[in-house]
Design a protein. Sequence first.
Length: 213
Amino acid sequence: MHIQPKDPHLQETLLNYSQESDPLKRKALEDDIWQKYGSENTAFVLDMSGFSLLTRKYGIVHYLSMIRRMQLTVEPIIVSHGGRIIKFEADNCFAVFPEPASAARTAITIQHAIAAANILTSEDMDIHVTIGIDYGKILILNEDDMYGDAVNRACKMGEDIGKADDILITKEAMDMIPEEARIEGKPIEVSIGGMNTPAYQIIYRTDAEEEQQ
């Protein structure tokens, strides 16, 4: 973890924590960080699929152009659904939402938008993404990075476990979505950090899939 020195108070508190031997004082410093920079949020992590294969086949410039198109597609959708983009990093997007329902709706909208755009592009330019969602305590540092168990779980599902076009959400986050939101999911179990974690694969159909029926 590399934190840019944009916040002198944060830097000083982290340094004091690392040098403090008294457990009670350490706990007070930790509480200070969580109070100033922590909140309960929905972590949303999007990852583009096929980086290695597409880069080997078509070159890095080809893939970078696809990343730029992905960014221009997902940013307005996230913002319009009340989300906050923390950062774009390589072919990932990290964002937070106040609650899981808006994150799930955003994920479905993004998958629809990308599927629609893929109809207009050649196969070698088709974009596919995987999205992981979880809810919990999150530290947002320097306004451009995010940390916490919820972030780790969303990353694991979005980057490693999910397949192209998947939307995966932990059971804890899915349970927070009201029934009237009409967001359906198939129960699954994922392994995160060596622990089996109940989750859901959100069910949706793109316009392209509906046209094939």
